[in-house]
Design a protein around this ligand. Structure first.
Ligand SMILES: [Zn+2]
Length: 416
């Protein structure tokens, strides 16, 4: 009987909270309503809703990325640019403060992580108790019964309510950490967090030992896209990140490759070289009798799928390649594929540490220079067979030829 009663009460509580969410969501500008239903405590719910209501319709521009958006960001040129700047700050900090290191816990904080913190954080609990008490004072103890809520009055009340103390946590969905637009830099010593992103260490460690100034110095030296630290609330570890314009990232990534091929999805260029009998006679050690090289600009959409139509919707592009080496001894040709990129130099690499070759452009032809570790033939799951640079197989000059000459190679290695 008691068990039945308890189960019945629990069932009623669930029904009530569903009904409450249905009413409160009417006030929540999209997409914030979804987050509201994942905050079980009514006080914490009201406190979050207050932020959402005050933000209004423009909340969508600020809202944290979805799982799909986070996935699309990972590995993109924009992500790499952010990681490179964090690495530069870390390197500078390590050199300036021997024995200490920077620790960054991820570049994007998912909405799920934010909700979990919101539902557990102590400063949020204090704010939640305060707003719930004020709400009951204004609307009565039973004021949160779904049927009794006057949505318009509640909206107006939330807009005007001012908590006496601010929570030390941004409302779920609204932190810049949710869009890779803010980074917390913590200080690590001997593999442990020494000065963390933690308000309890603000005076005793960050200020007392000057880590705020030390971090700031590294930022000013090598972190041009970071601004900060956050002043309100006082977080010397928190820096906002405004990525350089996409065009800058794209041109830094493709300045030289773009000379070979525009970064338009589906753009292709084919290069080939067939060594004649005279050349081979003069190079007795050469094992490669011919090279066919395809480079293709490939778009990637939100889901990481290929976009090969020039007018297709894509998030970023990469240069993929395929190559075939015809062999002098008449054995089956060796083919492989991977990605071309440029750091200080242009180069093309096979996955799984398969190495590859450096790329140099001279006029309309390309020079492919094998790396010392050679180039891996076939995929990661096969045996590691490589074409190694030999006395007469170090570099191959290939001329631009009709795209059609690469079609079979493209289909065989890239699939399409
Ligand atoms: Zn932060």
């Amino acid at each position: 009987m008691l068990a039945l009663l308890v189960a019945g009460l629990a069932g009623k509580a669930v029904a009530d909270s569903v009904a409450l969410d249905a009413v409160l969501t009417k006030l929540a500008p999209p997409p914030s309503g979804e987050a509201l239903s994942q905050i079980p405590d009514p006080g914490r719910k009201l406190l979050a809703l207050r932020s959402y209501v005050r933000y209004g319709a423009k909340i969508a521009d600020r809202w944290s990325w979805t799982k799909e958006q986070i996935k699309a960001f990972e590995g993109s040129p924009e992500h790499q640019a952010l990681l490179a700047e964090i690495a530069a700050v870390s390197k500078h900090f390590r050199a300036a403060n021997p024995g200490y290191e920077i620790y960054v816990h991820g570049t994007v904080r998912s909405l799920d992580e934010q909700l979990a913190s919101w539902n557990n954080n102590d400063s949020v609990r204090a704010g939640a108790e305060e707003i719930l008490a004020a709400y009951k004072a204004a609307f009565g103890d039973d004021g949160l019964e779904p049927a009794k809520i006057d949505v318009r009055r509640l909206g107006a009340w939330l807009r005007h309510f001012k908590p006496s103390k601010r929570a030390s946590l941004a409302t779920p969905g609204l932190t810049l950490h949710g869009r890779a637009s803010a980074i917390d830099f913590q200080v690590m010593k001997d593999g442990r967090i020494y000065a963390g992103a933690n308000s309890k260490q603000l005076q005793s460690v960050w200020r007392a030992e000057g880590w705020d100034e030390k971090l700031k110095a590294s930022m000013e030296a090598v972190g041009p896209s970071f601004s900060g630290p956050l002043a309100d609330p006082d977080e010397p570890w928190h820096y906002d990140y405004a990525p350089p314009p996409a065009a800058t990232i794209a041109s830094a990534q493709g300045a030289k490759l773009a000379d070979i091929l525009p970064a338009t999805p589906g753009a292709r260029a084919c290069f080939a070289r067939r060594y004649d009998a005279k050349h081979l006679r003069e190079h007795p050690g050469q094992r490669v009798a011919g090279v066919t090289f395809l480079i293709r600009s490939t778009g990637f959409d939100d889901r990481g799928e290929w976009v090969l139509k020039p007018d297709g919707k894509y998030k970023y592009t990469r240069y993929l390649f395929a190559i075939r080496f015809a062999r002098r001894d008449g054995k089956r040709a060796q083919t492989t594929s991977g990605e071309c990129a440029e750091a200080e130099k242009m180069g093309c690499h096979v996955e799984c540490d398969g190495c590859g070759f450096a790329l140099e452009k001279s006029g309309e032809s390309l020079l492919l220079r094998l790396l010392d570790e050679g180039i891996r033939i076939d995929g990661c799951d096969e045996k590691d067979v490589r074409l190694m640079p030999g006395a007469d197989d170090k570099a191959f000059r290939a001329e631009k030829v009709a795209e059609a000459q690469c079609r079979a190679l493209e289909k065989a290695t890239l699939g399409r």
